[in-house]
Design a protein around this ligand. Structure first.
Ligand code: SAM
Length: 512
């Protein structure tokens, strides 16, 4: 890498930042915004410096107090981010906070403070139908899922296959059970099933991320920039069509450019059955623009918001919330309630493309095993729903999904909840690593406690002698944390944590 080492004040360590002069990595020309930013000097000052690392506590897994205690014990100093519930800024630490066991366990998500506003502004409710049209890598998806308290259906769609892998990695790490991941072009979202709320976190020129890139906009090809100009409006148009009347659409970008923000919304307000639902925040922010460089925009755009670097000591963000007007669905003879229910069906017990008649038997085997061998309470398992895919049961907490209505096949369901139980060659069930971590303290038996020395052996594919005559799958626990699955064999204890996760775990525990 041709970049130079720079001091990262947030974490008190040196980090390599690529400051090489790519012909495509443009320094963001901020001067064009001078006329619309009132506290210009502070804007310039914050924009010129790297932004602190901020994370969101995953409340389903841990309380903020418990997490902060754990990080403090390791030498991190963190402070609450004002006005952003569950967000903390890392002021100092011995290493990047993403290289900790707590991150590996999915107890928190490193997320830009500015983007932490989107979930609460969308305001998803438990039990609702929510669509995240451009979801990867999943910062907002995981936040929205958490606000929905594992109830309802959140469809997280993404176009880019590589980025879907990152999204899945985050969902599985955090153990999110109410997300259905879809692969497809947001512009082609099936329209048969309507949503209560839709997030359009649109691809954009990314100027607002300049603090992470030494003042530069992300390196993007001219074809991407050409694509972005057209795609934002089309994504938004589709989002409106798949939102139920009275429902909410949230448009978000991380750029300052009005052409990708107010201008896009202005065109939409003119041509579509939506109105601005003004955003009122208790944190510092600026109103959306009603004119720029001679262009005039709808006056209601004042109800949209702009976050500048100085507001939250974070990145730049634009956000406009729209309400789809009532009675704005085309006449197909259905009443509003029927139209809303259309396209939504109970999640089946078999993933599309699978056929099996023994699903009830497999679920029975799996849940009996969890109760009798691992001591999991039946009450906990009552909330779990199961869907068979190949020879694995996936666990989720969704009552209904819209997949049956995706007849055209332009959107593919990729994942629902997470892989939870697999069956060995003799048909015996084994809980997966993800399920054991998700259950955490709910696992009461077949637990083997391991220390760092034993873990070092296990994670480098070696077995460890353990007294007793227990055989078969076990939960590996270090201190109070269930890490994943082990297997007791006649040769001793072995780890069944997948290799790439094992490498990350060894690094997080500094036993690599
Ligand atoms: N919401 C994400 C988060 O909070 O982590 C960030 C989303 S990022 C701003 C925009 C995403 O849109 C990218 O992952 C990009 O691959 C995806 N994308 C671009 N064009 C798309 C399209 N036509 N349909 C769906 N996703 C698209």
């Amino acid at each position: 890498m041709t970049g130079k080492s720079t001091f990262h004040p947030s974490e008190g360590h040196l980090e390599r930042v690529d400051t090489s002069q790519s012909p495509r990595a443009e320094i963001v020309d901020l001067t064009r915004y001078r006329s619309v930013i009132s506290d210009w000097d502070r804007f310039r000052q914050f924009a010129a410096n790297p932004e602190p690392t901020v994370f969101r506590v995953c409340r389903r897994r841990v309380t903020p107090e418990e997490l902060i205690d754990r990080l403090t014990e390791q030498g991190f100093r963190v402070r609450k981010k004002d006005g952003l519930p569950d967000f903390y800024e890392v002021e100092e630490g011995p290493r990047p906070v993403s290289l900790t066991l707590e991150h590996w366990l999915g107890l928190f998500y490193v997320q830009q403070a500015s983007t932490g506003i989107a979930g609460p502004v969308l305001d998803p409710q438990p039990g609702e139908r929510v669509l995240d049209l451009c979801a990867a890598p999943g910062g907002k998806t995981t936040h929205i899922a958490e606000l929905m308290k594992e109830r309802g259906c959140l469809v997280a769609n993404e176009l880019n296959e590589n980025r879907i892998r990152g999204l899945l990695g985050n969902l599985y790490r955090l153990g999110v059970s109410n997300v259905l991941v879809a692969s497809g072009d947001g512009r082609e979202a099936p329209e048969q099933a309507l949503f209560d709320r839709v997030l359009v976190d649109a691809p954009c020129s990314g100027e607002g991320t300049l603090r992470r890139r030494a003042g530069r906009a992300p390196r993007q090809s001219s074809s991407f920039l050409g694509y972005v100009k057209k795609v934002q409006r089309r994504l938004l148009e589709k989002a409106i069509r798949v939102t139920k009347p009275g429902g909410t659409i949230l448009y978000v970008t991380c750029t300052f450019a009005p052409e990708e923000n107010e201008a896009v919304i202005n065109g939409i307000l003119r041509d579509h059955p939506v109105e601005i639902d003004p955003i009122k925040l208790q944190i510092p922010c600026a109103s959306g623009l009603t004119s720029f460089e001679g262009q005039r925009y709808d006056s209601t755009l004042e109800g949209s918001i702009r976050i500048y670097p100085q507001h939250l000591d974070s990145g730049g963000l634009f956000m406009a919330r729209l309400r789809r007007l009532e009675g704005s669905v085309g006449g197909d003879g259905l009443g509003a309630a029927e139209q809303e229910a259309e396209g939504w069906n109970a999640v089946p017990e078999l993933f599309p493309g699978n056929d099996s008649s023994d699903i009830a038997e497999l679920v029975g085997l799996a849940t009996d095993d969890l109760k009798s061998r691992f001591g999991v309470s039946p009450v906990r398992l009552d909330k779990c729903k199961w869907i068979l895919r190949g020879r694995r049961l996936w666990m989720h907490t969704m009552r209904e999904w819209p997949v049956d209505a995706w007849e055209t096949g332009v959107w593919r369901p990729i994942s629902i909840g997470f892989r939870a139980v697999e069956f060995d060659s003799r048909g015996r069930p084994r809980p997966t690593n993800d399920l054991l971590r998700w259950l955490g303290h709910e696992v009461h038996s077949r637990i083997v406690n391991v220390n760092n020395t034993q873990l070092h052996h296990l994670l480098t594919q070696r077995s460890v002698p353990v007294p007793g005559d227990l055989l078969g799958p076990v939960a590996l626990r270090r201190s109070t944390d269930i890490l994943g699955r082990g297997a007791m064999t006649r040769d001793g204890l072995k780890s069944e944590i997948p290799r790439s996760r094992a490498i990350d775990l060894a690094r997080a525990l500094e036993i690599d």
